[in-house]
Design a protein around this ligand. Sequence first.
Ligand code: M6P
Ligand code: ZN
Length: 187
Amino acid sequence: MSLVVEPKVYVDVLTGELTGGRVTESTRTIGGLQGYFLDETVRMAMDQSSPAYRVQAFEPEKEGTPGAICLATTTLYAGMVGDEYFLTRGHFHVNEDRPELEVTVNGTGFLVLMDATGKTWTESMSAGSVHHVPPATAHRVANIGVEPLVFISYWPSETGHDYAPIAERGFGIRVRQVDGKPTVVRS
Ligand code: M6P
Ligand code: ZN
């Protein structure tokens, strides 16, 4: 056996693009974000097939199985539903003591966080910013710029994604355009 093994996955460090046979890719459309925005009537009137974000992932172990660190590049496109900026669904972790790290590659946005008591806060994202998502903390991203917001996430493979609490109750804060400016407001 050769002493040198070539990597199977590459990340373009300038764009965040992942390549390699073990990279999976999924796209979430406006149609797939039912209930996530404040103005459901506006969302329904939009092109349901239009992409809101794309996730490229390298998961060496199956979700929920320990033994690996997973990595994903999320490209959250610029856009609005009414006065609310495009967002990712957001989730807690099934194994709630597992953290996550986000590294911004391009664009500007907010990382929206909520702990188990319902306390919420945000962090500003811009190229190079590094964000620690603590254990037991729901996380979502909103793109407040005109360019795609690209970030790379890292999490342990046994983490698991729990979408139900956010799908049902949201974060209690939203990122909206108020007087022409991105603003974090209670909702
Ligand atoms: C990041 C990570 C992923 C997540 C993705 C999209 O890349 O947190 O685990 O899948 O964002 O966010 P969501 O799954 O909440 O739609
Ligand atoms: Zn997560």
